[in-house]
Design a protein around this ligand. Structure first.
Ligand SMILES: Nc1ncnc2c1ncn2[C@@H]1O[C@H](COP(=O)(O)OP(=O)(O)OP(=O)(O)O)[C@@H](O)[C@H]1O
Length: 693
């Protein structure tokens, strides 16, 4: 790591202070989990604290618009803070001394983190436009290139006119080579301007789409779990695809057509200059074109396929329920249903394609018509000797420069509508609250196990549904081993998730060491607490990578120890004690639920956290591994506060406290009421009923 990156932490703290964000500054200072800052970390922190910024070079023009102090990080040198005072830039020296600095002396490899706006409760309702305006650099070159290409585009018709009127009419073949050379030059300029423009549009749309995807993904990751699960996966995918729509529109032919549209005015002016009132013909035809196309588009839209959603759902239903379908022997019935949908899908798509074909044919014939009407009307002007034959030919050639972009822009109309919807969706999406919308700056205490308290916690997954937790009121002492028990669907997992802060109660709150969970920085809190879900969650990658998700800097030894403590020794032996085994690779694609549970638990244990939340940690294990985990958890007593859900009597009996839930309400919370069942062995079922009772 370079020296500059090591100095970034104090620098970013100073920047936050200069921005007036003192609480955030002291929060960054007290967070020792992040010390080795690099520029990525700086971006992460600014985003996290909802500071809008852009990274630019020192030569960028928008530096003169800086309203807040900003950060400059030169290549291989220590960064510094700069502010703008009128036209002068000043560098912060020491505590509060500013000295003038010439930023133009920095080379272009330096990065400037230009602060655009500070966190505020006011939400930007035009987030898309605001984002777009950050990429203004492309407007000007695209404008000038389009202008140049439109002007040079007139050259070929004008040269043709010269050939007719001067070379043929004026009998001067000697000027032909100059005309030919001029045409070649004009075509050369035209082609190169088009190429460069296409490149600029593609680059801009790519960057823009990349920015949108990044913002969308970041927000998705930081939205409350409840909102995410309510909205559903297909919606999240649609959000991500919005960025693609923008890319397709700007970099595709429609984008070029749209940019060229205003420049058709140049062709119209040239026609007017050459032929006077003949210009009314293409103008009238453009109007007619617009009206006919509007009607036709409606006709085409009326045939848009409606079955595709149903068809897609049938496919995902098949992949989800394949086993059930096979087991029920219902493959034939399902096949009939699928064939019916496939046929309907083809029929609808055929009709749509037919109408689209009609649309294209009408657009093309209208262009031809425009040229023909211009010829027929212009011929009278030629006979009248108001214009030369060459001028008429040039005018007809220019007609294509008007109808071409109009046709392109129209054929992209559907894409514009899609883009408009995408923009509105993006704006709405940016207004939704994330978990970081409120200032959450406290960090948990790593030195001792925390006290946990649920204070009148009521939580519903949907407004209409029964509450999953109903007024839960429980206090847990530091270092206690607590069993949360009760029948299925009584709210055990929900209680754990609310203690982790991923589910927000609608009423009441959870406290950790007496502080409302909502005061804690979400990311830091979740990195601190250990959580193991009841279902195995395996990511593509090796065993070590899967466990390091919880603690990226864990050593191999720590990982192995966590796996063993979780009871996974036999599993580890079965994969030849190899941490680099690919868990979803060809040979290991079918990890059993129990093997998955060792990995879940190892993720929680490897953190050596003072707070552990374990959902069903003992699903039907072999006796040795069960004994190991029980031993691990009992050894944690006094060192970590552990909350676990379970139906396993042997594990429940080890708990200092049980919380018995029924339909989301606490029916008992305290020490195990009667330990006699342990002394007089009874069946598991009897033991459970004694505890539940
Ligand atoms: N994501 C969700 N969306 C809607 N309802 C949910 C969701 N998760 C849980 N529930 C409902 O909340 C209630 C409590 O569920 P929870 O999973 O917390 O119970 P549990 O006691 O852990 O059950 P189990 O012992 O089966 O794991 C149940 O009625 C369940 O259907």
């Amino acid at each position: 790591m370079s020296q500059a990156s090591l100095e970034l932490k104090p620098l970013i703290i100073t920047l936050f202070k200069q921005l007036g964000l003192y609480t955030q500054a002291s929060n960054i200072a007290s967070d020792n989990s992040h010390n080795d800052f690099n520029t990525l970390e700086v971006s992460r922190l600014l985003k996290k604290h909802q500071i809008s910024f852009s990274v630019i070079h020192p030569s960028a023009k928008n530096l003169h618009l800086a309203i807040h102090p900003f950060l400059v990080i030169p290549e291989n040198e220590a960064g510094f803070i700069v502010r703008r005072q009128g036209n002068v830039f000043e560098k912060l020296q020491g505590e509060n001394t500013w000295q003038p600095i010439d930023l133009t002396q920095l080379n272009d490899k330096a990065n400037v983190f230009l602060v655009e706006s500070l966190p505020s409760s006011k939400k930007n309702v035009q987030a898309f436009a605001a984002q777009m305006s950050k990429r203004t650099k492309w407007y000007r070159p695209v404008f000038w290139l389009s202008l140049l290409s439109s002007i040079t585009g007139l050259a070929v018709p004008l040269f043709t006119m010269a050939v007719y009127d001067r070379v043929i009419g004026g009998q001067t073949p000697s000027i032909l080579p100059s005309i030919a050379l001029g045409s070649v030059l004009a075509i050369g300029v035209l082609v190169s301007t088009r190429l460069v423009r296409a490149q600029i549009l593609a680059t801009t749309s790519n960057r823009f789409a990349r920015d949108l995807s990044e913002i969308t993904f970041y927000r998705l990751l930081h939205m409350p779990l409840m909102v995410l699960s309510r909205v559903g996966i297909s919606n999240h995918i649609a959000r991500m695809r919005n960025a693609e729509k923008v890319r397709m529109l700007l970099s595709g032919p429609g984008g070029g057509g749209l940019v060229d549209l205003p420049f058709t005015l140049i062709a119209l002016l040239a026609i007017m200059f050459l032929s006077g009132w003949l210009v009314l013909v293409p103008i009238g035809m453009l109007l007619l074109y617009y009206l006919v196309m509007k009607l036709l588009t409606r006709y085409v839209q009326a045939a848009s396929p409606t079955i595709s959603g149903e068809y897609q759902n049938a496919m995902s239903e098949l992949s989800k329920n394949l086993l059930q379908l096979k087991a029920a022997g219902d493959t034939e019935g399902w096949q009939t249903k699928f064939i019916r949908q496939a046929r309907e899908n083809s029929r609808q798509n055929f009709l749509y394609a037919k109408r689209n074909g009609l649309n294209a044919a009408v657009a093309h014939s209208l262009s031809l018509f425009t040229a023909l009407i211009t010829v027929f009307t212009g011929i009278f002007l030629v006979l009248d000797q108001s214009i030369s034959p060459g001028a008429l030919i040039a005018c007809v050639m220019m007609i294509w420069r008007i109808t071409g972009p109009a046709q392109l822009a129209f054929s992209s109309k559907q894409k514009f509508t899609m883009m408009d919807i995408a923009v509105k969706q993006f704006d709405r999406f940016m207004q939704a609250n994330t978990e970081q919308s409120e200032l959450r700056l406290d960090t948990p205490d790593n030195s001792k196990p925390p006290a946990v308290a649920f204070q009148h916690v009521t939580l519903r997954y949907s407004a209409e549904g029964e509450p999953a937790l109903a007024g839960v009121n429980v206090e847990i002492e530091p270092g206690e081993l607590v069993a949360i028990i009760g029948p299925n669907a009584c709210g055990k997992s929900t209680l754990l998730l609310s203690a982790l802060g991923v589910l927000d109660a609608q009423a009441g709150f959870v406290t950790i060491n007496g502080k409302n969970l909502k005061q804690y920085d979400t990311a830091i809190f979740r990195q601190w607490a250990g959580y193991s879900p009841s279902q195995p969650d395996i990511f593509p990658g090796t065993l070590a990578e899967n466990i390091r998700i919880a603690k990226p800097n864990a050593t191999d030894q720590e990982i192995i120890q966590a796996l063993i403590d979780a009871g996974g020794q036999s599993f580890f032996n079965s994969i030849n004690n190899d941490l680099s085994v690919d868990l979803l690779g060809e040979n290991n694609a079918m990890l059993s639920a129990i093997e998955g549970s060792y990995i879940n638990l190892a993720r929680a244990l490897v953190k050596q956290s003072p707070l552990l939340l374990l959902d069903e940690p003992l699903p039907h294990r072999n006796p040795t591994s069960k004994a190991t985990l029980i031993n691990t958890l009992t050894n944690l007593k006094g060192h970590s506060t552990v909350l676990f859900t379970s139906h396993d009597q042997d594990l429940i009996q080890q708990a200092d406290k049980v919380i018995i839930l029924d339909k989301g309400a606490v029916v008992y919370a305290g020490p195990i009421p009667d330990k006699t069942p342990q002394e007089q062995p009874t069946s598991s079922a009897e033991q459970e009923s004694s505890i539940n009772g």
